[in-house]
Ligand binder design. Sequence first.
Ligand SMILES: Nc1ncnc2c1ncn2[C@@H]1O[C@H](COP(=O)(O)OP(=O)(O)OP(=O)(O)O)[C@@H](O)[C@H]1O
Ligand SMILES: [Mg+2]
Length: 255
Amino acid sequence: MIEVKNLTKLIDGNVIVNDISFSVSKGETFVLLGTSGCGKTTTLKMINRLIEPTSGEIFINNKNVREEIPENLRRNIGYVIQNAGLFPHYKVGENISIVPNLLKWEKEKTKKRVYELMELVGLAPDEFINRFPHELSGGQKQRVGIARALAVDSPIILLDEPFGALDQITRTQIRKEFKNLESSLYKTIILVTHDVIEALELADRICLMNKGKIEQIGKAHELISSPANIFVKSFFDLVQAEVSEAFFKLKSGIK
Ligand SMILES: Nc1ncnc2c1ncn2[C@@H]1O[C@H](COP(=O)(O)OP(=O)(O)OP(=O)(O)O)[C@@H](O)[C@H]1O
Ligand SMILES: [Mg+2]
């Protein structure tokens, strides 16, 4: 479904993304994991052409994204921007309606969808629909960001640290809801995170990045039990206690 081939991005002579390749199947949740500054956001933004690669190709359903008009491409790919990225002068309801409005949906259909999504992400519509982003907490903004990405039911969703600003309890709860939602909607998802536990919980496969390169791609248990190199091993060793617990829960089906 999504195929990334030898993608490289140079900015001011610095290699930000260094010859990476991966493919994501239909319905898969693929997690780009890595520490701050390793090139996750840059990779994600090249997929919906918010950033143009220096070299390499990206195919979606066998079609090179370079042949698509960027605006059309973005209308068909849900995107949760790191730090929510809401339009400050638009109310919550208007932020969620941006793409439905671009697609000229009937007013009633859009309104119904906005209410549905707000319920889904746990924001009471009557209380929040007319608030501006500056009247929301960080976590509430992120929920609006998630609702906005789901608005038009696109088959592909790109999520950049969507749960980043949430406290641990809310985070676990929304993640769980998201997991249920995701399995019922059968979307193809690329999710960026630096949180190992989040990656273990949500990923079908993890792509561990470091300094613009891919260190290893595989299922969580493969990265943990057969790390490709010392970097992968130390990355998981550092959070070993948490990983063991999350891994145990996953294996025994406890969520
Ligand atoms: N427009 C830019 N100009 C110069 N350097 C940039 C630019 N955009 C990104 N970078 C650099 O590229 C590197 C990768 O940035 P990117 O945002 O992709 O990282 P990230 O993995 O998403 O990090 P984080 O987890 O902190 O969000 C960083 O070192 C960043 O400073
Ligand atoms: Mg980032």
